[in-house]
Structure formats: C-alpha cells, structure tokens
Design a protein around this ligand. Structure first.
Ligand code: ATP
Length: 485
C-alpha cells in the first residue's frame, strides 16, 4: 500500500475502532487536541507502564516522581523558556497562513528529494540548520525567497519577515484578574524534576550517578499543529534526568543513547526504521544532543530526544532561587586522593513523547493484509501490536450464546480478568468476531464450544498467524502470560 494511503487508513482506523478521537468533535473539534478512546487509552497506559517498568523498576538508581503541571513562574525564567522557548515563524501576506520556518523549508526539501535530487534537498536543510544555529532570522527569510518557496494556499512568495513566537501557554492563578499571578502550563516535565532535585536526592538517599523519572502532560502552543497526534498542543512526555559527575557526561550520554535505542527495538521497531539524528543547532542548555527518529508513513521524524544538558538547569535554579543546588560527593578522586566534594551535577536527559510512541507503535503495527484465494477475495485489517502493549490481551468468545457456553466462557473470564484486560463477546459469527479483534490488535482469541463442556479444552487463535490450536482451558493463562514477557 502506498505510504500516503496507509497513513490515511491508519488515521481512519484509529477513529473507527475507538483508539483516538478529535477533541470536542461534536463542536467541529479543537485543532491539535485529541482524546483517547477505550482501546487507545489502554495502549497508551501500557506503553507508559512499560517505560516506567524498564526505566524505574529495572534500574535501582532511578526513582520516580509526579510533579505538578503548574509551577512557580520563576521556574520558566530560570530555565530560559520565557526568553527563548520559541520557534521562528513566517506569514504569507496573501493567504494569511502562518508557517513554522523549519517546516516550510523541510517541506520544500521533501519535494526536491521526491523529484530525485537528494543532494540539493540535503544542502538546503544543512543551510537552514546553520542559519538556525546563528539565529539569523533575515538569513532564513532570504533562504525561503531565494529558493522560491511558495505558500501552499496562495501559491505566492509574498512573505512577512521571520519572527520568534513563544510556545508557552499562560494562565492566571487566583479568582479575580487583579490579584492573580500569571503562570504557565508546563511546556516540558523536566523542570519539575530539577526543582525537586535536592528533595528527591536527600529522601531517597541516592548517590550520583542516579536518575529521576516522571511522566505527565505538557503543553505547547504549536504554531502549525499537524499530522494527527504527532504534534499536539496538549501531550504527554516520559522524561528521565540522569545526574552525573561533571566530566563524565560524554560517556553517560553514549550510555543512554545506546539504552534508549535498544528500548525502541524492544518495542518491536525494526533497526532500519529507527535512526539517530545528531543536532547541529544545540539548545541553549546542551553540550550534545540527538533525536531518535522513526520512519513514520510521512517520513523519518523525532520520537525521542537525548540531551546532555550540562549543569545549566540546576545552576540557573540555584541563581534564581538563591538556594544551593549542590551535591556532596564523598567518593575518592584518584587524582587528588580526596573526596570529589561539592559540585552541581551534570545532567543527561532522555525525553520521549508518549503520544508519538503510541503513533509509532500503531504505524508499525497496522497492516491491511490480502487473504484472497483463487476462489474468493478477502482481506483483513490487523494491528500487530506487541502482546505486552496490546489493549486487550485475550478475547473470550463462546461459539453461540446458549446451551451453557456463555456460563463456561465466563468461568474463564473470571480466571483471567484479574491478570489481563479481557474482552468478552457473544454476538456475531465467530469469523467476524476474530476480525474485530485483529483490528483491535488482540493477540489471542479463545473460543469456548461444545467440546469444552465435555473435555475442558478450548480453541486458541493467534492473531498474527491466524493459526488455531486446541489446548486445555487451564493452560490459557500460562500461555498468555508467556507471550507478554
Ligand atoms: P519537535 O522538534 O518535533 O517540535 P522538540 O525537539 O521540540 O520536538 P523536545 O522538546 O525534545 O521536542 O520534547 C521531547 C519529546 O516530546 C519529543 O521527542 C516528542 O516526542 C515530544 N513532543 C514534543 N512536542 C510535542 C508535541 N507538540 N506533540 C506531541 N509530542 C511532542
């Protein structure tokens, strides 16, 4: 299937099968905001829990927190977000359409690449990155004009100057506007970790190197929000800040690059569909940074960022709060034979978007499989979601809804539902019920039939191979459990 068609079908599938809906759809929707339906919320929860398990439970030196969305406004002055969390944008004077400059240029580079000139496309992107790094706004405009990049709506080159646009949402705390204070909805979860650094370090008695993890909502007033849940104004992040001794950050940066890359592979992402993209333009706080990109149906795009943030954040919070953000390291420095002593730790950050991970897993899983034979045309929609992430683990299906089969099937349901999210359905022909479960990504369907009443065996059907086998009902739990590892 062409990638563009696949993308359209996947988006339609997410709605039709209850994964993702446009927010406030009955009011014609709110742009770049989405709601998760019954199966989307399960998939999202499973991915979040898998991240937490692999990050927190499987690393004795990483602990979790849950900081608030609202933070003291000075946090965002200290972090640099008030001054520099912005994107360059440009407006077309004929259509009044607003673009993020990098998106406009990237889109043009894509069309050059599609026309067969990959070198020219790359040269354009390289030039853009250099100008971005220099924060050369007039240079970016010249680049757009000299490449004759047009607005998709007006098809003209009549552009405003390039300006910076802050992405933070502001709101008021307090009941009346006069005595209220302006605060921001957090644009990243990371700062909630930094401001809690000493609280957590002291109470958890962790020694450097150690990490603090959290998952939660973040908000950005994205100028151009597109591509479904890829770029939203309200989204969820899963972040971990790893605090290290100054001078060791390069090796820890490499360590986390490797670990996170492995995590993506463990989600079932094939190596050729995942790649690193090293940043040329480093954020104000970073001394090294890269993204892990996935090959979405609309091309390679960022899913996770890994950043070596130096001691920037803690140093800034120390300065703005006037509270020391130091750590006393009593390990012995072999060069001086004395403890390393007091310092502000350096930080390696791993920051992944939960919604983008949902989209990556769905993109990888979605398939329209042709099952036609010479006699008959047939196809199915299947989500090959790894069993550990699947919204429903087992569907329990009595062959017909009478003669004791529902009662028997409910015995199995009662046994399994303590451990797994199960789905029970009596209606429809069995083949149709299988196809619905394929479309929801359910790895196993268990059919209870008349033989079950005689010998306590059931038919278990495997989603990916569509193979069926007869096993004792008492073995279903173990079989499913094994598949979730
Ligand atoms: P982009 O360049 O795509 O805007 P970013 O580099 O600004 O992303 P980070 O600040 O590094 O993103 O945030 C870490 C992660 O949070 C990203 O890798 C992405 O998965 C997720 N993320 C960021 N912005 C959004 C958004 N608007 N919608 C959904 N997820 C997002």
């Amino acid at each position: 299937m062409a990638e563009n068609n696949k993308w359209q079908s996947l988006v339609a599938h997410c709605k039709e099968y209850g994964f993702i809906f446009q927010s406030s759809e009955i009011y014609d929707g709110l742009q770049a905001v989405y709601d998760y339906g019954p199966w989307g919320v399960e998939l999202k929860k499973n991915i979040r829990e898998y991240w937490w398990k692999t990050m927190v439970y499987q690393n004795q030196n990483i602990i979790g927190i849950d900081a608030s969305i609202f933070m003291h406004p000075t946090t965002w002055k200290a972090s640099g977000h008030v001054d520099s969390f912005s994107d360059p944008l440009i407006d077309n004077l004929d259509s009044n359409k607003r673009y993020r400059v990098d998106h406009l240029i990237e889109g043009h580079a894509d069309s050059i690449r599609e026309a067969g000139d990959a070198d020219k496309a790359q040269a354009l992107l390289d030039e853009m990155e250099v100008l971005e790094k220099e924060e050369n706004l007039s240079g970016l405009k010249d680049l757009i004009v000299s490449n004759d990049i047009k607005c998709a709506v007006s098809e003209t080159c009549n552009w405003t100057d390039v300006r910076q646009f802050n992405l933070m949402f502001g709101t008021q705390v307090g009941s009346v506007a006069e005595d209220s204070t302006e605060i921001y909805l957090r644009p990243e979860t990371a700062q909630g970790i930094f401001v809690n650094f000493l609280n957590v370090q002291k109470t958890s008695r962790q020694k450097i190197p150690f990490g603090i993890a959290q998952t939660g909502k973040a908000f950005r007033n994205e100028i151009v929000a597109r591509q479904f849940i890829f770029r939203m104004r309200e989204f969820e992040q899963m972040e971990m800040q790893f605090f290290v001794r100054p001078g060791t950050q390069k090796e820890w940066y490499e360590h986390w690059k490797e670990k996170r890359n492995q995590w993506h592979q463990d989600l079932g992402i094939p190596a050729e569909k995942s790649r690193f993209h090293d940043h040329v333009k480093l954020a104000h706080y970073a001394d090294a940074a890269c993204d892990i990109e996935y090959d979405f149906p609309f091309g390679f795009k960022e899913v996770e960022g890994i950043h070596s943030r130096t001691d920037f954040d803690l140093k800034q919070h120390q300065e703005f709060s006037k509270k020391k953000q130091q750590y006393f390291d009593n390990d012995i420095d072999p060069e001086t034979n004395k403890p390393y002593g007091n310092y502000i730790p350096y930080v390696i950050e791993t920051s992944i978007g939960l919604d983008r991970t949902v989209l990556m897993v769905l993109s990888e899983a979605y398939e329209e499989e042709d099952l036609s034979t010479e006699e008959k045309k047939d196809s199915r929609k299947v989500l090959r979601i790894p069993a550990k992430l699947a919204p429903i683990k087992v569907a329990i299906l009595p062959l017909i809804k009478k003669k004791g089969l529902p009662e028997k099937a409910k015995e199995l349901l009662a046994e399994l539902q303590d451990e797994f999210n199960c789905f029970y359905e009596e209606k429809n022909a069995i083949g149709k019920r299988y196809r619905i479960q394929d479309a929801l990504g359910t790895p196993f369907c268990v059919t209870v039939d008349f033989d079950t009443l005689e010998d306590d065996t059931v038919t278990i059907r495997h989603r990916d191979s569509m193979e069926q086998e007869r096993i004792p009902m008492s073995e279903v739990k173990t079989l499913v459990k094994k598949a979730l590892k």
